[in-house]
Structures are given as C-alpha cells and as structure tokens.
Design a protein around this ligand. Structure first.
Ligand code: SAH
Length: 213
C-alpha cells in the first residue's frame, strides 16, 4: 500500500478538475487531495484512480465518480464533530472523505463481501468510522439517530421514510432518487414532518437494493 509523489501530483490534478466543474468547498477539495483513491480500487484499475470516473469494485458495485463524491459531500455541509450516516459503504472512499471532514461516521453496507473487505481496509489507512454496519440502509440506524446529515450513495427508487425521521432539526439528507437515472435531491428538515426539497440534476448510481445479502 504505497502513496507516492506521483499519486499526490495526480490527486492535485483531480482537485483542479473538480474545481473547474464547480466544486468550491475547500474542506471537501482538501479531503480529496489527501485520500489515496488508488488504494480503494482493484489493482487492474490503478492507473485510472485519479480520472474523474466511477470504477468497478467487488460484488458488481462501483466506487463513485470523484465529482459525485465531492458534489454530495458539499451538499451535506459537514461540520467538525457532526454525526453523519452513510448508506452504501462500498469501497469506503466516501466514508474516508467524511472522516477527513471531521465527521463521526456511521456507515451501512448490504453486501457482506464489501462490508468485510472495507471494515478491514479503512482502519489500515487510519480512517476510523464510529460504526460500520452490515445491514439494510432503507431502515437507517434508529439506535444511533438523530443525525446531522445522511448521504445515500446508491440510486433510491423513493426516499425511505426512516431516513427522514432520523434527521435532526435542520438536518440534511442527500439522496439520488430515481430508477434508471437519478435526480440528486437534498431534503432539509424544517419540522416534525416538514422538509424543504432541492433538486440538482441527473446522476447515475448502482441501485439501492432491499434487504441484505
Ligand atoms: N460510497 C461508495 C459507493 C458504493 S456504490 C464508495 O465510495 O465506494 C453503492 C453501495 O451501496 C454498494 O456497495 C451497494 O452494495 C450498497 N447498497 C445498495 N443497497 C443498499 C442498502 N439497501 N443498504 C446498504 N447498502 C446498500
């Protein structure tokens, strides 16, 4: 597991690409400049790690495109010490970004193979989530709720109700909603059952699946 000067240079180029695409949050850009994305990918894709593209990981899943990671992270407006829930741990890259932003991260993954692999891998890089859970993200994490923000990193056919009810007042849920194509959606909690909704255009994710496997 090596991070070289060359990798650091490639990461800086990636950060510049993300800036050119409209990402402005310095904390998010700084996190991406630090995290060795190449170590989150299968060895066959190492040369592509710093392109702004999604790539296959284990169990037919993908590591999200850096722009998507940055875009969603920016919408969450994470502050140091925030309690944050992630649905879809996958490779752990987004989890690492949230750790770098100073969040206390709870992350749920439904694929056992990925859950095991990422649970071992993240601490090796020094990223310690509060909890990594093997389970079904549709249910959220009622025992640890409420959260300052929740991020869903798979395409959700609808907004799961438990996720809305597990937000703090003014809490933010960032979720791509749709079947084949998803609309990036931000819901901000304004009351017990009141949510302000904002939409941010089309993205493509692997599907949020029911139940664990
Ligand atoms: N955040 C990840 C993205 C992985 S892709 C990364 O940066 O690599 C989406 C992930 O969501 C996949 O790992 C998939 O297995 C997981 N997933 C799909 N449905 C889920 C569910 N209901 N609960 C939890 N995880 C789910």
């Amino acid at each position: 597991m090596k991070d070289t000067f060359k990798h650091k240079g490639l990461r800086q180029q990636l950060v510049n690409i993300l800036k050119a695409k409209g990402i402005t949050d310095e904390n998010v850009l700084n996190a991406i400049s630090k995290i060795p994305r190449h170590l989150f990918m299968d060895s066959g894709f190492l040369d592509h790690a710093y392109q702004d593209k999604a790539f296959p990981i284990a169990a037919d899943q993908t590591i999200s495109q850096p722009y998507t990671v940055a875009f969603q992270s920016e919408l969450m407006k994470v502050k140091k010490g925030d309690k944050v829930l992630e649905i879809g741990t996958g490779s752990g890259y987004q989890t690492a970004v949230l750790c770098e932003l100073g969040a206390k991260v709870y992350s749920i993954e439904r694929q056992q193979e990925l859950f095991k692999k990422t649970s071992k891998f993240l601490p090796k890089l020094g990223y310690r989530a509060k909890k990594l859970i093997f389970g079904d993200g549709y249910k959220g994490l009622v025992d640890d709720a409420p959260f300052d923000s929740i991020i869903v990193t798979a395409g959700a056919p609808f907004v799961p109700k438990p996720l809305l009810s597990q937000l703090k007042p003014e809490g933010r849920l960032v979720i791509p909603v749709g079947e084949d194509v998803q609309i990036m959606t931000l819901l901000i909690r304004k009351g017990l059952k009141e949510f302000e909704q904002h939409e941010f255009g089309e993205f493509r994710f692997v599907p949020l699946l029911e139940d664990k496997n």
